[in-house]
Design a protein around this ligand. Sequence first.
Ligand code: ZN
Length: 235
Amino acid sequence: MRQAIKDLLILQAEDLRIRDLKTRFASIPGERAALVAEFDVVRKGLEKAKQDKLKVEQAAKQQAAATKSAQETLQALMIKSTSVKKINEYNAILAEIETAKKNISDSETREIELIDEQEAADKALVKAERSYKAVGRTVQAEVRELDALKAAIVKEIVEREKRSEELAKNVVPSYLESYRRLLARGKGSPVGPIRNGSCANCNLMNSPETILDAKNGKLVSCNNCSFLLYDPDAE
Ligand SMILES: [Zn+2]
């Protein structure tokens, strides 16, 4: 293979590495945002678990107060019942006493349910705290890694761009112009081998003249996609 083509391929290897690094670099903000979103889910989960616990605690307090109030109502009715003289008034108070007793019983039942609900809320909170800490640790470590990677990529790009500039000086100007135009498309390798007449980029068959030129060691343009081609078996 001619030295001029070898020089171009050396430059291309450098430039394609730079392109890969830039692609990787561009994907970092999205990855970072996904990590932050993942953490946000557990953070909100913890917030909700805390609120749920508060709610059920408040409900338990209110229920205890309701039981106490119902007990006081019963107490007052009992006292009142001792001073009632008329039978119909007495019967009415007895009915009220029954209602008060039922209210106390219902309220106490609800209090017991609320004890179970408090236990469940406590457990949920412990679980939420655990996953908040675990995910927090992981996310923090991964975000740190991404930030370090970003810095390393920037450094490598700067170094390789300098090297690319140096390598470009070795390349024949006419090659360089076509190469750079193709590289700027951002897809595929601007220079590739032609094999059995097929282009490495578009896979289509080239004309006999083009194939022959390549065989003679020339750098050719694909008849179809205009990407640069060389014959790896040329002298
Ligand atoms: Zn082609």
